[in-house]
Design a protein around this ligand. Structure first.
Ligand code: HPA
Ligand code: ZN
Length: 335
């Protein structure tokens, strides 16, 4: 089973690039930019990763991101992630970035997006991966600030496939961002949103009805509402579930309590993703392995999770079919 999981071709659809910043790279980039961290050492950083909720995590995550200043920093961060997941046979990635975390510190939007985009381009040629970039708005900031960020992104819109919504969910319902998402869709962006991680099922309804989200990031609390489950199933809305993140942030007390298997059995388009792997204890394979062990997933479940991610990917039909074919050939070989 472990070899089967390591080698199966897969896609990652819920990954915050700032959340891949490993402590070693945080220190290396911090040093070359002369940025003082409030942590003394790599071990101090790792010791601080004792989160009990989303906000505890976000406070440290925004702190770490302060070392990122130059285009090359964003390139190095993204490239480190891409080479790592390439070794895990991740064939397609869609990466979130949080421009406001950087522009609010005076880093130009162009610096951020150029470094990430250049690394994604290199992955397409050198690693034969397909890639997409999704710009997230920080929901704890105002709708006006999100609109300004959207306007900054317009000159780069060929590089960005979708917009999303992340950061502190409680107190910041999706409806706050209706106008921004309307404008984003007019400009040709697809839409996704974090909802139903800590927030109630009502926020998932709002993400669908007000933001026209094509996928829901996390969405695990949908099971509290039968009508919502029906809607997600009927409309084949994917849920980008992040097992290790959910346990680390205490959305579930333990992996054995995670509802990933239940979501699959309800016929929902659940997928497995790593969210912020540097902070939550593992990349794609670690997420699959932890969930498989705790929930007793069968090969057929793993296949379904991966297939769901290919079906839900924001790529052209041709690439999608090629990925699914690669997966089916892998399954035939593994049988
Ligand atoms: N939820 C909300 N905001 C985030 C997350 C998350 O899982 N990761 C990074 N920003
Ligand atoms: Zn997330």
């Amino acid at each position: 089973m472990e070899t089967f999981i390591r080698n199966i071709p897969k896609a990652e659809l819920h990954l915050h690039i700032e959340g891949t910043l490993e402590p070693e790279l945080m220190f290396a980039i911090g040093e070359r930019n002369g940025v003082e961290l409030r942590f003394g050492s790599v071990e101090d950083v790792r010791r601080a990763y004792e989160f009990t909720n989303l906000q505890d995590f976000l406070d440290i995550y925004y702190e770490g991101a302060k070392v990122l200043q130059e285009e090359q920093d964003f390139y190095d961060l993204t490239w480190a992630y891409l080479t790592k997941v390439h070794e895990q046979n991740v064939r397609h990635v869609e990466i979130f970035f949080d421009p406001q975390t950087h522009t609010d510190r005076g880093i130009p939007f162009e610096t951020v997006v150029s470094g990430i985009h250049r690394a994604l381009g290199d992955a397409e040629t050198a690693l034969e991966m397909s890639t997409g970039l999704i710009m997230c708005f920080l929901r704890h900031l105002s709708a006006e600030a999100a609109m300004e960020t959207l306007e900054m992104a317009l000159p780069f819109k060929e590089w960005i496939i979708a917009v999303g919504l992340d950061s502190s969910e409680i107190g910041h319902p999706p409806e706050k961002f209706v106008e921004v998402f309307d404008r984003a869709r007019e400009e040709g962006f697809l839409t996704v949103a974090h909802a139903g991680e800590e927030g109630p099922p009502e926020f998932i309804w709002q993400a669908l009805d007000f933001l026209k989200a094509g996928r829901i990031d996390h969405g695990v609390r949908c099971v509290e509402d039968d009508r919502l489950v029906e809607r997600l199933r009927d409309e084949k809305i994917a849920l980008t579930v992040c097992p290790l993140s959910n346990v680390k942030l205490c959305v579930f007390d333990a992996m054995e309590q995670h509802n990933l298997k239940q979501l699959l059995d309800l016929g929902l388009r659940a997928t497995v993703n790593s969210d912020d792997p540097s902070y939550f204890g593992g990349y794609m394979n670690a997420n699959f392995l932890a969930a498989q062990r705790a929930l007793g997933l069968e090969k057929e479940d793993i296949y379904r999770l991966v297939r769901n991610s290919f079906e839900a990917a924001f790529v052209g039909e041709e690439r999608k079919e090629a990925l699914i074919q690669e997966l089916d050939e892998y399954m035939e070989g593994a049988a």
